[in-house]
Design a binder for this molecule. Structure first.
Ligand code: SF4
Length: 238
């Protein structure tokens, strides 16, 4: 419910860039996991971000507006373009393909203060090596590390709905550390994906539906639908 004010402030103060992060279940984010938005509400927030971004653009106000850490936003954006600007679908899809979805271990890395190299800033629990001992390029291209090997070619190894999703090329299975924290398996489906089985190309009664059901995620529990941003219940951290 604070997002409208944040957008207003960004505009009033002429701030050039606004990043809105989905919750990553790692570090402090993992402790706050129970406060994560339900899929329906996540959709409403993403709708709102799209709407405000379009409004800024329509008024000629140049700003970078980013959503971060949930690459289900890529297909969700594409579906919105299909509805609202069908003439741009091919162009937008090409850009999303270029983006490629989640890039942990591919184009994203993180080095902690001790020199340990990680696949992203949320995965400090797993070190690929120490850049004080080995050059970055050597560690980064060493696929004898099992996590690095899987992340660089993850699609055939994913499980559940991510394995059979039609949007893999533009989402790439989303944030693996969130799946790991939720299911204890970093190849499991990302629990923060708010797209329904239908939206990701899974038809009822098919083997793909069975695979999806083997790894239940929150969106399975609700019938998702685009809605307007309404005040969220206030919650307090305990
Ligand atoms: S099911 Fe997985 S791969 Fe498909 S959009 Fe959702 S998070 Fe991405």
């Amino acid at each position: 419910d604070e997002l409208p004010g944040i957008f207003d402030l960004t505009e009033q103060e002429k701030i050039p860039r606004l990043c809105v992060y989905h919750l990553a279940y790692a570090g402090r984010g993992d402790k706050m996991r129970r406060f994560d938005l339900e899929p329906r509400r996540t959709r409403a927030v993403v709708d709102y971000i799209f709407q405000r971004s379009q409004d800024l653009h329509a008024r000629g106000i140049d700003k970078d507006i980013l959503t971060v850490d949930n690459h289900a936003d890529n297909p969700y954006l594409y579906m919105r373009v299909q509805k609202e600007q069908p003439q741009r679908t091919e162009e937008v899809y090409q850009m999303l393909r270029w983006n490629g979805g989640n890039q942990s271990g591919i184009a994203v890395s993180s080095i902690d203060p001790l020199g340990h190299l990680h696949v992203d800033q949320f995965s400090w629990h797993y070190s690929l090596g120490d850049v004080r001992q080995r050059p970055f390029a050597e560690i980064w291209s060493d696929t004898s590390d099992p996590v690095m090997r899987l992340l660089k070619d993850r699609k055939p190894h994913l499980k559940g709905r991510c394995r059979v999703c039609k949007w893999l090329d533009v989402c790439n299975g989303n944030l693996r550390v969130r799946a790991e924290r939720y299911f204890g398996d970093f190849l499991a489906p990302d629990p923060a994906c708010y797209l329904t089985d239908e939206e990701i190309g899974i038809a009822p009664g098919t083997p793909a539906a069975e695979e999806s059901a083997r790894w239940p995620v929150p969106v399975h529990d609700e019938s998702a639908g685009s809605s307007q941003l309404s005040p969220a219940p206030r919650r307090r951290l305990r």
